[in-house]
Ligand binder design. Structure first.
Ligand SMILES: Nc1ncnc2c1ncn2[C@@H]1O[C@H](COP(=O)(O)OP(=O)(O)OP(=O)(O)O)[C@@H](O)[C@H]1O
Ligand SMILES: [Mg+2]
Length: 202
């Protein structure tokens, strides 16, 4: 499903080169969960951006579902990106939109008609256990609830891959466990291939 072959990414800033991802190779099969652990600055977020096509490798290859995304035209990278959901440490919810509005956002972008969108939003909110909070705004939700909305939003268009970049780093241990249990359910029930990035070894 995801294959990295000697993937390397370096940035040149003011003539100085930083190698963020240095010859990384691995293989994640469909339906697997891979955890990537590394200290701050190790290149984890850069690696995530290489997988979802937000960045391109300096050398090497990144295959997603059989397609080498290095060197693909932007139009085709966008298709790959649509097949990849992402959740973040700071949740990145739109503060001016309700929980339902956040989950509906990617469906709206993908051109889903309103009735179909509403039904899908309800289904997703129910899946993450927050149907009763549909009309709450992010600042009225706890951290764990915000991340569950983040997960619902990331899953909206049914992506084959979910990337979780430090998705539990802002949460307490109990809430972290709840979110990880939810991710395991996503993997089991939808067969989603999941990459979990963390600096927490446990
Ligand atoms: N857009 C960029 N331009 C220049 N350098 C960058 C850029 N993005 C990342 N880097 C550098 O690449 C290295 C890896 O950064 P990255 O954000 O991938 O690390 P990380 O493992 O996600 O760290 P953290 O655990 O703190 O989130 C760092 O040295 C960083 O300064
Ligand atoms: Mg990071």
């Amino acid at each position: 499903m995801i294959q990295l072959d000697r993937a390397r990414k370096s940035y040149v800033v003011d003539g100085r080169e930083t190698v963020a991802v240095d010859d990384v190779s691995f293989d994640v099969r469909r339906g697997e969960i891979l955890a990537i652990v590394g200290h701050s600055g190790a290149g984890k977020s850069t690696l995530a951006r290489l997988i979802n096509g937000l960045e391109t490798v300096t050398s090497g290859h990144v295959w997603v579902d059989g397609v080498d995304i290095a060197g693909l035209p932007e139009r085709r990278v966008r298709v790959v990106r649509r097949g990849t959901g992402m959740i973040f440490q700071q949740f990145n919810l739109f503060s001016s939109r309700t929980a339902a509005g956040n989950v509906a956002y990617p469906l709206r972008s993908a051109g889903w008609p309103k009735a179909k969108r509403d039904a899908r939003v309800a289904e997703l909110l129910d899946f993450v256990g927050l149907l009763d909070r549909a009309h709450a705004y992010p600042d009225q939700l706890s951290g764990g609830q915000k991340q569950r909305i983040g997960i619902a939003r990331a899953l909206a268009t049914n992506p084959a891959i979910l990337l979780a970049d430090e998705a539990t780093s802002a949460l307490d241990p109990t809430t972290t466990a709840d979110v990880l249990t939810l991710l395991r359910r996503v993997n089991r029930e939808f067969g989603t291939t999941i990459v979990v990035i963390t600096h927490e070894l446990d």
